[in-house]
Design a binder for this molecule. Structure first.
Ligand code: GTP
Length: 566
């Protein structure tokens, strides 16, 4: 309990105790006073009863005297004297009872005197009766002195009784007033004690409630603070993870690596979400899911048309917070109604080029922080993919001939060295074909430079189409091509060369809505280890064979091995 509340409660208890003590004292005093008043009423009753007894005693004296005079019997005489004694005793008692009241004492005193006088007359009459007979006694009675005294006694008795009854009325009224006061005092004390206790109790209740509220508020604030701290920790770790992710992306050499790094980062940053990277194919007509991770509450097709994704169509992030209420992309498969789910598509775009999109799905609606992460990941990945594509373009440009799409001479020399070394290590053959179009100058002259280019481009496609995965088709320069055939001996290469020659001969090239003149090709063939072992020597002898083919009339294949025989 707080110190302030303890003080207030203590003060309330002290006040309540004081009030109750005061009430107890007041009740005790009131009760004493009431008992006192009650005693006085009782005392007055006793006085009234005593006065009644006195009056009865004097009447008894008179009656026994009369009985003695009428009967003359001794029994009556004795009764008479006994009555006088009783009357005296009664009066003596009454005088003691009224000793506290001067006025009543005075009256009882006078009553006793008159009674004594009346008893003296009665005794004198009885004396006269005994000694002088009835007449003497009668004379005294007839004198009426006794009757006068009795009248005065009766009057004084009535006055005394009346005064006592007046006292009785006063004392009764006081007793009633005391009882009423006592009752009121008790009620007042009880009510005030209850009131003070109720006030203290209410104060305690209010304090307890406000303390409980304050404690709840503090707990809430603590909880919020902890949540904030946790969130800050989370944000810090997310920032670290994002910067690590960005660094890793910069070191990626190709798209596959970039996607693997993205998958790893997303699994750390957004562990509750399933994700996927979709890339638009070079043909632009299909979008393919390349990297997929996590459990997908809303599965998505692995191959789709760009039109099936709202994010790709609108070029902006598309989120469905509740897949049962919102409109999902066509590539997303909505789960049963009892499974809550949300999904999100974020386009991967850089410099106006849409490369694909990032897809996420989960049970709950994405938090703002999670959405920020997704957008940041998409931005980083877009930049990385764009850079990788640029690098790839530059790399291709550096090793490819733009007109034919074949590898250039620089790449030919590098790769011939490498493939030759590989085949020699494994004791495998390697053949080289040097292919040159016949009378290309004449063709150029007939169809123009553009027509010549169209032919070169067509021959390039033919070479690519005719190549195995391990073959390397190059444009050596001008209208001359080179085909490197790893793991192929002279006979196999000769067959390939003949086939190639026939295909060139049968080639139909369309340019400006007309078919161009058919062409032929001369081919020189050399192979390792049969004709040469070094790459430069191999090219040289293949070129010599080509030269021989030209000299022998063109449109033919000549082996390097046959050159020496000519
Ligand atoms: N259209 C076009 N012509 C090219 C290109 N590069 C070289 N040429 C032409 O190719 C011709 C090569 O002619 P030549 O070396 O005399 O050979 P040819 O006419 O084919 O005669 P033979 O090889 O002996 O059959 C030249 O006229 C070049 O200008 C090119 O990229 N495009």
């Amino acid at each position: 309990m707080p110190a302030g509340l303890r003080k207030r409660v203590l003060a309330g208890m002290v006040v309540a105790s004081l009030v109750m003590a005061f009430v107890a004292i007041a009740v005790w005093l009131g009760t004493s006073r009431f008992l006192d008043s009650f005693d006085w009423v009782d005392h007055t009753n006793a006085v009234l009863r005593a006065l009644e007894r006195d009056h009865a005693a004097i009447r008894e004296v008179e009656a026994s005297q009369r009985g003695y005079l009428v009967t003359g019997q001794v029994d009556y005489e004795q009764e008479f004297y006994a009555a006088t004694r009783l009357a005296r005793d009664a009066l003596a008692d009454t005088r003691k009872l009224v000793a506290d009241n001067a006025e009543q004492s005075e009256r009882v005193h006078r009553l006793a005197e008159l009674t004594e006088q009346r008893m003296q007359i009665a005794m004198a009459t009885a004396q006269a009766f005994r000694s002088d007979g009835y007449d003497a006694a009668r004379k005294l009675v007839v004198a009426g002195k006794g009757r006068d005294l009795m009248a005065r006694i009766a009057a004084l008795h009535a006055e005394t009784v009346e005064a006592e009854e007046a006292l009785m009325a006063t004392r009764q009224a006081r007793a009633v007033a005391d009882a009423t006061r006592l009752r009121l005092l008790t009620l007042l004390g009880l009510a005030s004690s209850i009131g003070i206790l109720a006030l203290v109790g209410r104060r305690m209740l209010v304090e307890t409630r406000s303390r409980a509220r304050a404690e709840a508020h503090t707990q809430e604030a603590n909880l919020a603070l902890h949540e904030k701290v946790d969130e800050l920790h989370l944000r810090a770790s997310q920032t670290r993870e994002m910067s690590r992710y960005a660094g890793m992306l910069q070191s990626c050499r190709n798209t596959a690596e970039a996607i693997a790094v993205t998958r790893d980062a997303c699994q750390r940053l957004l562990p509750d979400l399933g994700g996927a990277v979709y890339l638009v194919r070079a043909s632009q007509d299909l979008v393919e899911g390349i990297g997929v991770w996590g459990a997908h509450v809303v599965p998505s097709a692995s191959l789709l048309s760009p039109q099936e994704c709202w994010a790709l169509r609108r070029g902006r992030t598309y989120e469905v917070a509740d897949v049962h209420a919102g409109m999902c992309c066509a590539h997303a498969s909505v789960p049963p109604a009892e499974v809550p789910a949300s999904c999100l598509c974020v386009p991967l775009a850089a410099q106006g080029d849409v490369m694909g999109f990032l897809y996420f799905s989960g049970r709950d609606r994405l938090a703002v922080a999670a959405r920020d992460i997704v957008v940041a990941v998409a931005e980083q990945l877009s930049l990385s993919l764009s850079n990788l594509r640029l690098q790839e373009t530059l790399r291709v440009q550096s090793i490819r001939d733009p007109l034919t799409g074949l590898f250039n001479r620089r790449y030919l020399e590098e790769s011939l060295e490498r493939e030759l070394a590989r085949c020699q290590r494994r004791s495998l053959p390697l053949a080289v074909l040097m292919i040159d179009l016949d009378h290309f100058k004449r063709f150029n002259d007939t169809h123009g430079h553009d027509g010549g280019d169209a032919l070169l481009s067509q021959v390039g496609r033919l070479l690519q189409w005719q190549s195995r995965a391990e073959d390397i088709a190059c444009r050596f320069g001008g209208e001359e091509f080179t085909l490197i055939l790893p793991e192929m001996d002279a006979d196999g290469a000769y067959e390939r060369a003949q086939r190639m020659r026939e295909l060139v001969e049968g080639l139909q090239v369309w340019h400006l809505r007309e078919t161009l003149t058919p062409v032929t090709a001369s081919i020189g063939l050399a192979w390792c280890p049969g004709d040469a072992r070094a790459s430069a020597d191999l090219l040289r002898v293949a070129d010599m064979a080509l030269y021989r083919a030209k000299r022998e009339g063109r449109n033919r294949v000549v082996r390097a091995a046959d050159v020496g025989d000519a």
